[in-house]
Design a protein around this ligand. Structure first.
Ligand SMILES: [Zn+2]
Length: 367
């Protein structure tokens, strides 16, 4: 007999008793059985409860909010708008350095540079162990229950390499290695590149890849990163919960080469929108879309009409997370994700610098 049948039969029996005797003492009995039935129905709700949500963070490197707004008004990013129609599209501002290295680390940790230690593309330390969303989810759900991946289109600024000492003599390329400084050791000149920010992170997630866009032409930089991400979803999303961060480096690269107001920059963002559509399609095909929270954001914008982004704090967050209700800062994205997963972020050490976007937050104007 199912719990529901059992309850129905008992309720019918009680109804008969009430009919026959209408005694006050039966009130307590009825209450008891109703409580029992409610307990059973709650119990069955727990049994059929959905698995914890998957998380997909899609990074569009260097997408300026003003440029995106123009594209939205022309209907050029339909997949982004479809996603936002299921959740929200909000303005995100950046407090701090508007560069790739600190930008993504702030998104991934919910901390300002003082805590995550990545201050700029040329000024960083390794992120302390365990501070990124993916590492925290590994700890919260248990390694055997969640698959985590960091997939980067970019190599420079997005890797976990050990420090390198490259003899200047053997270096034949016209430019020095990315972010390298000249150092002398035992009378030999080296290009020195310090240990990278994801040095510890890379070993604490299940899959860590950099330079997925390697060898791609400027007009199609997203294909390899997109295809690889689809492949990863295919392999893992059916079997266990997943959390994936994928970074597309192309708008940044195209913006540096052609400028923020170029058609190429627009075309590249159109291509990112296409890939977002492919991801949604894949998640639906795998039957996990309804249980996947998707967040699309950027690490910095671009200086208006320029090929630089040293003063570019205006970006965005598009999501199917319907609890997102307000605009905020880059540092607010991580606590938003924790809040949506029901994880008590207020207990984290060190305390997060951001506030979740799923709740109103009106800081005092003066005191
Ligand atoms: Zn850049």
């Amino acid at each position: 007999m199912t719990a529901a049948n059992f309850c129905c039969r008992n309720l019918r029996h009680l109804a008969n008793l009430i009919e026959e005797r209408r005694g006050g003492a039966y009130g307590a009995v009825i209450l008891g059985v109703l409580t029992f039935c409610l307990g059973l129905s709650l119990g069955s709700t727990v049994t059929i409860a959905q698995a914890p949500p998957n998380v997909l963070i899609v990074g569009w490197d260097g997408v300026q909010r003003g440029h995106l707004k123009e594209m939205i008004s022309k209907g050029e990013v339909p997949n982004l708008m479809q996603l936002a129609s299921e959740g929200n599209l909000v303005a995100i501002d950046i407090l701090g350095n508007t560069e790739t290295k600190p930008g993504w680390v702030t998104v991934l940790t919910g901390y300002f540079s003082e805590k995550h230690r990545v201050r700029g593309n040329y000024h960083w330390e390794t992120i302390p162990v365990g501070l990124t969303i993916l590492e925290r989810l590994e700890g919260y759900y248990g390694d055997e229950n969640i698959f985590t991946a960091m997939l980067h289109g970019k190599q420079g600024n997005m890797n976990g390499m050990e420090e390198r000492w490259i003899p200047v003599d053997g270096w034949t390329k016209p430019n020095p290695p990315h972010t390298a400084k000249m150092r002398e050791k035992d009378s030999i000149q080296y290009w020195y590149v310090p240990r990278q920010q994801y040095f510890y992170t890379k070993d604490n997630v299940d899959l860590f890849k950099s330079y997925l866009s390697k060898g791609s032409p400027l007009d199609n930089m997203n294909g390899k990163t997109g295809e690889y991400t689809l492949q990863v979803m295919d392999e893992y999303s059916g079997s266990e919960q997943f959390a994936i961060f994928v970074q597309f480096n192309s708008p940044d690269k195209v913006g540096h080469k052609r400028g923020e107001n170029s058609q190429e920059y627009t075309d590249d963002i159109i291509s990112l929108d296409y890939w977002l559509g492919r991801f949604v399609e894949k998640l639906k095909e795998l039957g996990v879309y309804e249980n996947t929270l998707i967040y699309v954001t950027s690490d910095h914008g671009f200086n208006e009409g320029k090929r630089t982004h040293n003063d570019a704090p205006f970006v965005f967050l598009a999501t199917n997370d319907e609890s997102v209700m307000r605009r905020g800062y880059l540092v607010d994205i991580a606590p938003t994700i924790y809040e949506s997963l029901g994880i008590n972020w207020e207990e984290f050490e060190p305390i997060l610098d951001g506030r979740p976007l799923n709740e109103p937050y009106n800081p005092p104007t003066w005191d």
